[in-house]
Structure formats: C-alpha cells, structure tokens
Design a protein around this ligand. Structure first.
Ligand SMILES: Cc1cc2nc3c(=O)[nH]c(=O)nc-3n(C[C@H](O)[C@H](O)[C@H](O)COP(=O)(O)OP(=O)(O)OC[C@H]3O[C@@H](n4cnc5c(N)ncnc54)[C@H](O)[C@@H]3O)c2cc1C
Length: 410
C-alpha cells in the first residue's frame, strides 16, 4: 500500500547550509515548510566559511549564532600580498575593520559547526517537517510540485525550492539552464596551528596558479585554502604532514612563524556555474543550485544566505508565482556582479598577459593609496550596495514573523 504524501506550502530540497537556513526562515515567517534532506553522513565538511556581517546578523536573528560563535574567530583585517612574481609587483594592501569603523568584518566559521547548529534548530522548529530522504524525481504542474523520494514516498508543495547544490535536480526539473565552466585549479583545505598570532587578519597571497588564503580560527590557528594547479594540489593533498608543513611554511614566508599541527586535508576542484534565472513559476533556486564561484574573497555562502533572506522576504509578502518572480529579479544583479568580479580576479592571476598584470597592479595600488576607493571596495565585498534584506538587519525577522493569533501565512 502506498504511503500518503507529505503536503506543505513549500518544499525545500537539500540540507546544506543554505537549504537549512531557507527552511528555517520560511517556517519562522509563518509558511508551513517541508525540508527534504538526506541524513548527513560520509566525509565531514572540513571547510570553514568567512561570513560577513549580514550573514552573521541573519544567524543571530535565527537564534543559532550563540552555538556557532564558540567555534568561530573574528576577522579584523584582510591583507592582500602580490606573490605572483611578475615584473610589476603590486603593493601589499591591508584593510582593517578599525579603519572602516567596525569591530570586525565578519567571522570565520567551520562549516560542520554551522550545519550542526542549523540542523538542531530545524529539528526544533514548529511549522517545519524534516524528511530525511533524497529526492529521486520531480513533477511540476501549474499548481505546484510532487517530489518522489528514493524510498517511494511523495512530498507535495505549492512552491519547490532547490537548495540541492551544484548538480541540482530541481533546476533540471524546472528546465532552468545553467552555464558551467572549469578552472585549471583545485583547492586544498586544512586547518593548522602556528607560532605567531594572526591578530584576526586573513591573508590572501595572490600567486601564479591561484590565491593561497589563511583565515583566522580561535587561538593560534588558521584555516587554509590553497588554490593551485590540479596536479600540484593532488600532490600537496598526498604529502605527509611534515612535508606539507615545510611546503606551507615556504609559501607563507614566515608570516605566521613555525607551522604546527595540521588537520586532515580536503580537496576541491574549482569550477563555476550560473543558472540562467533564480526562479520562475513555482520554483526558486538558492545557494549553489543557482551559482557556483571559486573560493576567492569568501563570497559563495554569503551570496547563498542572501538568496535565502530575500526569498523568505518575497514569499512572506507575496506567496506564489509573484513572490518567486520578485525574488528572481531582486537577486539577479548581486549574483551576476559577484560571478563576474570573482571570475575576472581569478583569471587575472592565471593570465600571462602583461596588460592584465598592469591593470591588476594599478588596481591594488589605487586601493592602497585612495582611502575612499578602499572604503567602497570593502563595503561592496562585505555587503552589496542596495537594500540590506530585512532579515539580515537586527530585529528584522521579527518584523516579518506572524504576530500571536495571526496564524500561518499562505
Ligand atoms: C574551498 C572552499 C572554501 C570556501 N570558503 C568560503 C568562504 O570563506 N565564505 C563563503 O561565503 N563561501 C565559501 N565557500 C563556498 C561555500 O562553501 C558554498 O557556497 C556552500 O557550501 C554552498 O552551500 P549550499 O547549501 O548551497 O550547497 P551544498 O552544501 O552543496 O548543499 C546541497 C545539499 O543538497 C543535498 N542534495 C543534493 N541533491 C539532493 C536530492 N536529490 N535530494 C535531497 N537533497 C539533495 C546534498 O546532500 C547537500 O546536503 C567555499 C567553497 C570552497 C570550495
């Protein structure tokens, strides 16, 4: 006998950080939601994510920040060092939070701690049903969608949200096209102890095959994203800890002193993806189901959390195809600008063309010497111009949440 379907107003597919946040937000603004997310298993996500102030305020508003903060470190400075070894070396540039009148630019958060705390909150949230399964097929109609799960059950919903990562089944089912591209690069990630304090400064070495970035962790530890040619990354990932330590010390040129204990390493091939639209009809895409960018300038997850924030706001105010259309239109400029900016920066490092180096060097020189320009660039990197989504402002979620006696939306 077939089991009765689980029905709700919205189904969110995917339990990564963006899917968890989206489901939590929708339930909190009063929309009955089902989250379909396979149980977490397999390898632990060893990455950390630098989250900027809007993202942190969102997590505070969702009352999950307290548990995450214990594992996070404040980022109080961002240093860029041109280690490309070209004829024209750009000057070292340091942006400090103090210069920009804030206590910190954001926090570096372990992905595992972020998803663990969000999962706890999701389990405890009223108005939110969690179905621990994988979606195997989706059928869409003008009224909504039916998701067939791998165990044969069905989930029906008026609106379907794809938070199912770069190979999104939701995106494919909705017929949304995606442009994909590859970079001749892979990233090796790890955390490591070091002798000298990082003083809250994240350092990005711009190198010939990609950037090497250290981001503060609590104490005298940092997380590392070392982007290099795929063969080199493979070799680095396979080194003994002692040999990896030696290689890392050489790249850091003594910046953090002697490198101590190194955590387990992970490796990620670098690619890019851009969905042609972030939603249409009764389907919306968030996070890496909609856009993938290389891990440079810490933009990917911040972008995904802004998707979640704007989608919740649009659906709370206008549940249905109108809300989805508003969401897609509102997010397109931010997503498009970030994809272009990060892609251009990465390609400028890989390029052998002198004019490209001149441009990059001139850009860094201008950043170093023109404070007003520096302010604009830092501001744009941390929070794009335009309106800050309501739920990313202090107390903003309360303004969207239903008042006592108001009942469910939609
Ligand atoms: C090395 C590296 C460093 C990074 N550093 C930063 C940083 O400092 N700051 C920053 O902002 N970003 C950073 N990023 C980007 C960030 O990690 C991603 O943007 C983020 O993890 C994407 O989250 P997501 O929830 O959209 O996707 P995912 O984490 O991929 O989640 C997708 C989920 O969907 C599930 N799923 C897939 N198919 C189905 C299905 N059919 N049914 C049900 N569930 C399904 C999967 O199991 C998965 O749980 C970094 C990325 C890399 C590679």
């Amino acid at each position: 006998m077939s089991k009765p379907p689980t029905s709700s107003r919205v189904a969110v597919v995917g339990g990564g950080p963006v899917g968890l946040t989206t489901a939590l937000l929708l339930a909190r603004v009063g929309i009955p939601t089902t989250l379909v997310a396979p149980p977490v298993g397999g390898t632990l996500d060893r990455r950390t994510a630098a989250l900027f102030s809007g993202s942190v305020t969102l997590l505070r508003n969702l009352e999950v920040w307290e548990g995450i903060e214990r594992t996070a470190a404040a980022i109080r400075g961002i240093r860029i060092i041109d280690g490309r070894g070209s004829l024209l070396r750009a000057p070292e540039t340091l942006f400090t939070a103090e210069d920009h009148g804030v206590a910190e630019f954001g926090f570096n958060v372990p992905n595992a701690s972020l998803t663990a705390r969000l999962s706890e909150a999701v389990e405890a949230q009223a108005n939110l049903t969690v179905v621990p399964a994988t979606v195997s097929s989706i059928s869409l109609t003008e009224q909504g969608s039916t998701l067939r799960l791998a165990d044969g059950r069905d989930v029906t919903a008026a609106i379907c949200i794809g938070a199912d990562g770069r190979k999104s089944l939701v995106r494919a089912a909705a017929g949304i096209e995606a442009r994909t591209w590859q970079y001749p690069q892979a990233a090796v990630v790890a955390t490591f102890e070091h002798q000298r304090p990082h003083r809250g400064v994240s350092t990005e070495f711009h190198r010939r095959h990609g950037p090497l970035t250290t981001v503060p962790m609590p104490g005298t530890a940092s997380s590392l994203v070392w982007v290099d040619a795929p063969e080199k990354a493979e070799q680095l990932a396979g080194l003994t800890d002692d040999d990896f330590r030696t290689a890392l010390e050489a790249e850091l040129c003594g910046l953090l002193g002697i490198v101590g204990e190194i955590g387990p390493r992970g490796m990620f091939a670098l690619s890019g993806m851009s969905a042609s639209v972030l939603g249409h009809g009764r389907v919306a895409l968030v996070g890496e189901a909609a856009h993938v960018i290389p891990p440079i300038g810490a933009q990917g997850l911040n972008l995904g959390l802004r998707d979640a924030a704007v989608l919740a706001e649009c659906l709370a105010q206008d549940f249905g195809v109108g809300g989805v259309a508003r969401y897609a239109a509102a997010r397109a400029p931010d997503v498009g600008t970030r994809i272009t900016a990060i892609d251009s920066l990465n390609r400028s490092l890989l390029s052998d063309l002198l004019p490209t180096h001149l441009l990059r060097g001139a850009g860094l020189f201008a950043l170093k010497s023109v404070p007003a320009l520096r302010r604009i660039v830092v501001q744009e990197g941390l929070q794009p111009s335009g309106e800050i989504p309501l739920v990313m402002r202090p107390g903003g979620l309360e303004r969207l949440s239903p008042q006592p006696g108001e009942g469910h939306r939609a």
